[in-house]
Design a protein around this ligand. Structure first.
Ligand SMILES: N[C@@H](CCC(=O)N[C@@H](CS)C(=O)NCC(=O)O)C(=O)O
Length: 216
């Protein structure tokens, strides 16, 4: 049975589930939810995801939302991948970074994505520099934590690629375009260079090019 992924591909939260599915070699069908057209608010979609946000996974009658939960669901289909190990402490180490993503990293990055990318895309006017200044403070606070964690490690939890990298890396796809103040963080930049050099990362980026108006 194919796994349906409801996504707006330009979003890092869509990229996150798409890159994990690609890495695992899972058979998926992408269903485009065009946020520019408000398709997340369509009654059929809201019936799947009452938050009226994407991504959402559907496999037969089973429906799951929240990108990091979707990544866990996908990874448990390929236990040998190492993305989501069986041992409790290894798994919790990764889950801790997924929670940290939701609570701290994603919201810090989202300020820049909203001000510099979503606003022009949705015709919402100029960036609010007061919001950017507040976001810059929040970004430095979290970036210091991630940069420190990455010292002496190839990936977030050690030398193995896990769901922690797939949770935190996708936001960095926007770093340059959305002016993330990432310059002082050499470890984050080195880690992201490694991720973005993965063939599966490049393949997913190519899939995530902005859907045209007729693609929905
Ligand atoms: N914590 C959620 C966040 C989902 C989310 O905020 N998605 C945004 C796009 S990046 C969305 O669909 N927004 C539509 C809206 O706010 O109307 C996840 O990781 O899945």
């Amino acid at each position: 049975m194919t796994i349906e992924l409801y996504v707006f591909p330009p979003s890092p939260r869509a990229f996150k589930v798409m890159v994990v599915a690609n890495h695992l070699g899972l058979d998926t069908t992408l269903r485009i939810v065009d946020l520019r057209k408000g398709q997340q608010k369509a009654p059929e979609y809201a019936a799947l995801n009452p938050n009226m946000r994407m991504p959402t996974l559907k496999e037969g009658d089973y429906v799951l939302w929240e990108s990091n939960a979707i990544c866990q669901y996908l990874a448990q289909k390929r236990p040998d991948s190492g993305l989501w190990p069986e041992d409790a402490r290894g798994r919790l180490d990764i889950a801790r970074w997924q929670f940290w993503d939701n609570a701290h990293w994603d919201p810090a990055c989202a300020v820049f994505a909203f001000e510099y990318l979503a606003k022009p895309l949705l015709g919402l006017g100029e960036p609010d520099m007061a919001a950017v200044a507040k976001g810059t403070e929040a970004f430095h606070r979290v970036a210091k934590v991630l940069d420190g964690q990455l010292k002496g490690k190839k990936f977030v939890t050690g030398d193995t690629l896990t769901l922690a990298d797939f949770a935190l890396g996708p936001a960095m796809n926007l770093a340059e375009m959305a002016h993330f103040p990432v310059e002082p963080y050499g470890e984050i930049k080195r880690w992201y260079r490694t991720l973005s050099a993965l063939p599966v990362w490049q393949k997913t980026l190519a899939q995530c090019a902005m859907p045209t108006a007729s693609a929905a």
